[in-house]
Ligand binder design. Sequence first.
Ligand SMILES: NC(=O)c1ccc[n+]([C@@H]2O[C@H](COP(=O)([O-])OP(=O)(O)OC[C@H]3O[C@@H](n4cnc5c(N)ncnc54)[C@H](O)[C@@H]3O)[C@@H](O)[C@H]2O)c1
Length: 413
Amino acid sequence: MSKIKDPSLAEKGKISHEWAKDHMKILTNTITRLKKSQPLRGIRLGICLHITKETSVLIMGAKALGAKVSVCCANPLSTQDDIAAFLVSNGIDVYAWEGQTTKEYDWCIEKMLSHHPHIITDDGSDCHSKVHGDSKFSSLKIMGGTEETTTGVIRLKALAEQKKLRYPVIAVNDAYTKHMFDNRYGTGQSTVDGYLRAMNLLVASKRVVIAGYGWVGRGVASRMNGMGAKVYVTEVDPVRALEAHMDGYEVLPMEQAAKIGDIFITATGQTGVIRKEHIVKMKDGAIMGNVGHFDVEVEAKFLLHKSRSVREIRPSLDECSLNNGKRVYLIGKGRIANLVAAEGHPPEVMAQSFSNQLLSIIYIQKNYKKIGKKVITVPPEIDRQIAVDALKAMNVKIDKPTAAQIKYAHSWD
Ligand SMILES: NC(=O)c1ccc[n+]([C@@H]2O[C@H](COP(=O)([O-])OP(=O)(O)OC[C@H]3O[C@@H](n4cnc5c(N)ncnc54)[C@H](O)[C@@H]3O)[C@@H](O)[C@H]2O)c1
């Protein structure tokens, strides 16, 4: 049933899976704890996530808890083909390979949905959107879903506002133990990784412009700052802009930043953040890329189709010679650079995000009837449990409030 690039990569994928699994104790401890009770027995789970070694640990975990899993990818360029092969060799239906056209990407989502999932786990909500926008899928009986990222949650909330949401969805992104760690530390580190792999240039002393000072932007700024970059921030939200200013970064509009930046990183979840009018003002040699979910933040169409010439200068790095004589560079064709040019988040971070996913999937299965057709946040008891599991896995011990402290916290006088 599956369609992947090369089944002979399964052994390589297995080694990669084992490396990730060894560093995802929070998730593997949870799977071990729940395995006996088989909470997902009889459930068909449809997964639309980046197919990485970390995701394979979640998928194999859901299978171990009783689910029948089918999988497609959440981005045409982010699949690790050896991992897809490993999953297929373990009886998972997978429709994913690296380097898909948009049409193929769409086809893979439809194939995954042809398995009639009871629960859908998505990253960016392309799959949830298809279920809602394509009449072919109106007969699917879906209990509910989960959503991994900020952009996907925004799309689902828009559906709920218009009273068009067909089933309950847990916004896994909104759990503290997800966005504070995954979006900040995970994307912070893997963005540096992706940019370094693509350009292999010195970061120290470079002017790095970061668009968006949300969870992702803050993480990227702190890591780039740690490597000696001069960090500049662009924002549209006054509170976030103030925070960036207080954190010691120079805040300015993109119009000005375009002229001085050496390296540009968009992390807003918005469209048209770096546009033609900014690109033509950039210095010769400027490098730009995006780590927001969709490839709409940098005007890649202008760079790739309106430049005088475009050539691939290194893997995941295109040189675009503009009509004004300057050469500028685009990482990963403007797609999510930490996944396209590197391997996404490190396993320790994904262990936390995917523990949230797994416990949320189980929660949906048990509670979907009483939640109703809305987007809810991860229940606080799950968020807390994950923090407890994470501290345990990292061997970190904390204090307990004393009786006097509990009394003090509840007194008014
Ligand atoms: N690359 C990854 O692995 C990864 C991981 C997590 C999230 N994401 C994605 O990254 C994006 C940002 O996520 P987040 O959690 O930081 O969201 P967030 O909402 O916390 O932050 C986004 C910030 O961008 C700012 N912004 C919006 N429009 C802007 C513009 N035109 N110019 C400058 N700033 C602007 C907002 O004011 C906000 O402060 C989303 O698309 C999310 O899905 C990617």
